[in-house]
Design a protein around this ligand. Structure first.
Ligand code: ATP
Length: 197
């Protein structure tokens, strides 16, 4: 069973594309959702977060004090990198545990916004990038989340550029309106199935 990473910049459509793979019967691990889960479930991670950012990182009922963490990492690249360095390994552990529960499929997908930045692409057999131009992505994200253009730019500043990502990707799905997406996913699904030994 192959492990395939899938990523793309903010609003590129990586979740939308992953849902199409799911319809084809391919299990998808959503790393960003998993990261939120492990922050309140993985005891090793909870201990590390408290050690790095203080006991007040969690409320007495065990829920995460998001405001406290956000205040520390907001506009502080060093602290954000520190948080990611703690959370990413816990998410990798969750992915490995999840993979062990799956059988009888040719491959699984790992959808992650920071697939390349976190180096988790190296743990995948192949990696897919979903590509869309900045203007389309901005339009979609403003509509979906009500974020401003500046906020989107700020989030992107933590991510590799589209060029860097496509240089690292084995496959690209174009979600820029130039080609229909579903046929691209079908063709890629066939291609990946043909790569399974
Ligand atoms: P993020 O990194 O912000 O989570 P994402 O890469 O997962 O984004 P999606 O959530 O899949 O992107 O897509 C962003 C928004 O754009 C969603 O509201 C989605 O429905 C919409 N969208 C995606 N692809 C298209 C498209 N080809 N045409 C129109 N809307 C689209």
């Amino acid at each position: 069973m192959l492990k395939i990473g899938i990523t793309g910049n903010i609003g590129s459509g990586k979740t939308t594309v992953s849902k199409i793979f799911e319809i084809l019967g391919i299990p998808v691990f959503y790393a960003d959702d998993a990261a939120k889960r492990v922050m309140v479930a993985d005891q090793q991670l909870i201990t590390e977060i408290k050690a790095a950012f203080g006991n007040e990182s969690y409320f007495s009922d065990g829920t995460l004090n998001r405001k406290h963490i956000a205040a520390i990492v907001f506009n502080n690249d060093k602290q954000l990198a520190r948080l990611n360095a703690i959370v990413h390994p816990a998410t990798f552990r969750a992915f490995d545990a999840w993979v062990k529960t799956i059988s009888n499929v040719p491959y699984v997908l790992k959808e992650a916004a920071l697939l390349f930045e976190s180096a988790s692409f190296k743990m995948c057999d192949y990696n897919i990038m979903v590509q869309a131009p900045f203007e389309s992505r901005v339009e979609r994200v403003i509509k979906r989340d009500g974020l401003t253009r500046e906020e989107i730019k700020k989030r992107e500043s933590y991510q590799f550029s589209e060029e860097e990502k496509s240089g690292l990707a084995d496959f690209v799905i174009k979600n820029d309106g130039s080609e229909l997406v579903i046929p691209q996913v079908l063709a890629l699904h066939e291609k990946i199935c043909s790569l399974v030994h």
